[in-house]
Design a protein. Structure first.
Lengths: 484, 258
């Protein structure tokens, strides 16, 4: 709330200072109920209000303030609805939040288009969910469900775009990069559940190995380091000729998904009589570069797309500190039973290449098709937990299909589906939305109302799939929204 | 018998004479109007009236009436030259912030919830009978090849009828168009949009001519669905203003800007 207030003050001050020409204030409110189909899991009852103010302060200069307020009543007890399994961490992290989604000044001149402030951006040109782990940070607390604007983490940034020769170049500077936002507690979407299970498994092996004393397990939430040298930046080139669209970018940033570093340290409280150990899973977000290239071609009824994304020098998702790895290997022999197949000793590097394409076709309003498929090849070099040098290459694929239907007046029917392999996982999201007008405004337009009913049906047992975080978080939802 | 034969010859001669008169009058008429049966010239003149050529902005009020129920929407269109247009959705509120960019053969949409522009095909409809090209009043020149079909009377006035065929790889919503142009004033009169097979699907009429940037131009465009009776879409173009825009405003990456 303070952020919205601060953003509003900045906005008002700026607008007042330069003389306000035209201000547009838009509001939106929604109520969303989400029910997990597995009753052991949890539910959400989210009330959300958003306000967006856009002011044209002078020729070419616009300011934007966009804020969001969220309250999840299902996380708090009521006389009729008691606490379910939510922890204090989850309530604190997800129960109530108020923040600015965007606060920036947009300055458009004859030769430059610039933005400065808190912005949301995404340079990936792909339909599939969570394709990039490099450029844009996402809010994955709820598994990444929801629209892009809702889950893209805003960052303070400066961007400048200018025309050059046959295209244009855009520069982006982000002094403080962000990582994907993950749940602070076990909220039913798998991440914490996975980490806690991993730590419990390692603890059991350590105790079975004869390690004396108590082992305390904990996830140490990491962050991208602050500092002048940790700033992120990138540039992209965009061009369009003969109906073909082309763009390419290079980005110097940080890994957005955490690389979990497992360490075992003797606690400062430990004594000879009562040894006390801390088993930490520390989230690390190392420096990395990423390079992307995209092309598209559009006809009367179709669009063809292709993309490629290269991300060298990533850290594997699970890295075990050398001494701990030695203890685990000596104790169990086969660490894959509790660490999985994708664990390595510290220092291992993963290079990843992701390439694919898409095809969209508009048959009529009765059927529109959007599709995309891509393959990801990963090569990890380093040492496995046993200390043996490895040079492993693996690959997986993801296919996405979206169908929409607008046959019926005021109804919008869609179905999104994603499938990954070779370790099979899938997701289906059917959705039916009914829209209607509300009270008449002074400009003859009407407030809009929409009610949506749908579900996210997902099955994911793959460690490498883009859907891995979702596990079996099957849910049905109903959403009522209005814009004013 | 001879008299009958003479009468027969007289009839034949009269008929031939009549044919000759008709033919010569036709020749002289077409000769007089030689410059005006050049489809390119007619199309160019009509398009100059239908669609201003410079940079400008115009508010578009769309009223879609179907089964007696009217749905109103408002847009702001920014046009740069003949092949670039940016359509901003104003109302309904749920669609406010949506943008559609038409730049040469490329077409993109930016929906605030998606946070990035997405390329779309030209067949994506807007709402009701109208397509994005109707809102942006994109020029037929460069997107269609024209053939002269006939001279017809529409509302008691002579009108040239042009057959427009879409040029391959151009982002047009309709494959074929028949375009009626007032022979005297060169004002656009009406269009009939057709499928590739020649089936007429929409009929549009240009109305409410008034002074726009120094020329009498149509300020209302009414689209009638020929496949479903009672479905009308009225587009009113209001408050046009000549204004120059930076070329960067019509680049894909800047579509989400306000």
């Amino acid at each position: 709330m303070a952020l919205i207030f601060a953003g509003g003050l900045f906005h008002v001050a700026f607008v007042t200072d330069v003389g306000m020409a035209k201000v547009d204030l838009q509001g939106r409110a929604s109520q969303t109920a989400r029910f997990f189909l597995d009753d052991k899991r949890l539910r959400h009852q989210i009330t959300e209000v958003g306000l967006r103010q856009v002011a044209d302060v002078s020729e070419g200069v616009t300011t934007v303030v966009d804020g969001r307020l969220r309250y999840d009543s299902a996380l708090f007890p009521t006389p009729t609805i008691k606490f379910r399994n939510y922890s204090k961490e989850v309530r604190e992290d997800e129960g109530f939040e108020a923040d600015t989604r965007q606060v920036y000044v947009d300055w458009l001149t004859e030769n430059w288009a610039m933005k400065i402030g808190r912005i949301q951006f995404d340079w990936m040109e792909s339909l599939s969910p969570r394709t990039s782990d490099a450029v844009t940070a996402l809010d994955l607390r709820y598994g990444g469900f929801d629209s892009a604007a809702q889950i893209i983490e805003p960052v303070e940034a400066f961007s400048a775009n200018t025309s050059v020769g046959i295209g244009s170049v855009e520069f982006m500077l982000v002094p403080r990069g962000k990582h994907h936002r993950l749940p602070k507690g076990e909220n039913g979407y798998g991440y914490r559940e996975k980490v806690n299970g991993l730590l419990a498994g390692v603890s059991r092996v350590l105790i079975a190995s004869g390690l004396e004393g108590t082992v305390k397990q904990q996830l140490v939430s990491g962050a991208i380091p602050r500092g002048v040298n940790e700033g992120e930046m990138g540039a992209r080139f965009l061009s369009s000729a003969g109906g073909v669209d082309f763009s390419a970018f290079a980005w110097r940033g940080h890994q957005r998904t955490p690389s979990l570093g497992l360490t075992l340290v003797e606690s400062a409280e430990s004594t000879e009589q009562s040894p006390f150990w801390e088993l930490d899973a520390t989230e690390n977000f190392p420096r990395m570069n990423s390079y992307g290239a995209f092309a598209s071609y559009g006809g009367n009824a179709f669009v063809l797309r292709a993309f490629s994304l290269y991300e060298p020098g990533r850290a594997p998702s699970l890295v075990v500190e050398n001494e701990l790895a030695s203890i685990l290997v000596l104790a169990s022999g086969d660490t894959s039973q509790f660490l999985g197949d994708s664990s390595y000793r510290r220092g291992a590097i993963e290079d990843r290449l992701r390439s694919g394409g898409g095809f969209d076709y508009v048959f009529s309003k009765h059927l529109k098709l959007y599709s995309e498929g891509y393959a990801t090849a990963s090569r990890v070099t380093g040492k496995n937990p046993a200390g043996t040098a490895v040079n492993e290459t693996s690959w997986d694929y993801t296919g996405t299909l979206r169908l929409t239907n607008e046959s019926f007046e005021d109804w919008f029917i869609s179905c999104d589906s994603t499938i990954t392999g070779p370790e099979r996982s899938w997701l289906i999201n059917p959705d039916v939305t009914l829209g209607w007008g509300g009270s008449e405004n002074s400009d003859n337009s009407r407030n809009s109302w929409k009610i949506s009913v749908g579900g996210w049906f997902v099955e994911s047992n793959s460690e490498k799939s883009a859907l891995r975080i979702l596990r079996g978080a099957r849910q049905a939802y109903m959403r009522l929204a209005t814009w004013f | 018998m001879k008299a009958e034969q003479n009468l027969g010859w007289q009839k034949i001669c009269s008929a031939l004479l009549a044919l000759a008169v008709i033919w010569t009058s036709g020749v002289s008429k077409s000769a007089m109007a030689a410059g005006q049966t050049d489809p390119k010239v007619i199309l160019e003149k009509a398009e100059v009236i239908r669609n201003p050529t410079g940079d400008y902005t115009v508010e578009v009020e769309l009223a879609d009436t179907k089964d007696g129920k009217t749905d109103k929407r408002n847009y702001e269109t920014l046009v740069k030259g003949r092949d670039k247009a940016l359509v901003k959705f104003i109302t309904p509120r749920s669609e406010s912030g949506t943008r559609v960019l038409m730049s040469g053969p490329d077409m993109y949409v930016f929906v605030p919830t998606s946070a990035k522009p997405v390329r779309i095909s030209a067949n994506q409809k807007l709402t009701g009978n109208a397509a994005y090209g109707d809102i942006a009043r994109l020029s037929f020149i460069g997107n269609y090849s024209a053939k002269y079909k006939a001279l017809e009377k529409v509302g008691g006035k002579d009108s040239h009828v042009l057959e427009l065929d879409s040029i391959p790889d151009r982002p047009v919503t309709y494959d074929k168009i028949e375009y009626w142009v007032d022979a005297k004033t060169m004002r656009p009169v009406k269009v009939v949009y057709m499928t590739q097979s020649g089936k007429a699907i929409r009929e549009g009429t240009f109305e409410d001519f008034g002074d726009v940037f120094g020329l009498e131009r149509p300020r209302t465009f009414i689209l009638k669905n020929l496949l479903k009776s009672g479905h009308l879409t009225k587009l009113k173009f209001k408050n046009p203003q000549q204004k120059s825009f930076p070329a960067l405003m019509f680049e894909k990456q800047n579509l989400g800007r306000n």
